[in-house]
Design a protein around this ligand. Structure first.
Ligand SMILES: [Zn+2]
Length: 112
């Protein structure tokens, strides 16, 4: 079995699951934890989604692109991407994230 590249341990919600973390950092990019075969081996991601912890600037640029594709103006997209990544980084130090946090984040992500 192929060994996944080592990540920083970040787990997030980038792939749309609401009730559990569905992304994890391997080799500084995010894998979709739901995207695996029957043995639980993760598939390589189709696109390079930068880990917001390992690659803050890349992650901001990635989300800015996503927001722009979703119709945000360039300045809105930049602002939204910055605050999204900032929030992720702030929160990841906290063990007890609340359901309200998750819901607010998902609402934000769903808008694009
Ligand atoms: Zn990472």
């Amino acid at each position: 079995m192929e060994q996944l590249p080592e990540g920083c341990g970040y787990r997030g919600y980038e792939f749309g699951a609401v009730s559990y973390p569905d992304s994890l950092c391997c080799g500084r990019k995010l894998y979709d934890a739901d995207n695996c075969d029957n043995d639980g081996t993760l598939f390589d991601p189709m696109e390079d989604i930068p880990c917001p912890m390992c690659r803050q600037q890349d992650a901001v640029e990635y989300w800015q692109r996503q927001f722009e594709l979703g119709g945000d103006s360039r300045s809105d997209a930049m602002f939204n991407a910055r605050s999204l990544v900032d929030n992720i980084r702030k929160r990841s130090g906290h063990r007890h994230r609340t359901r309200e946090d998750d819901t607010a984040e998902m609402k934000h992500l769903i808008t694009f």
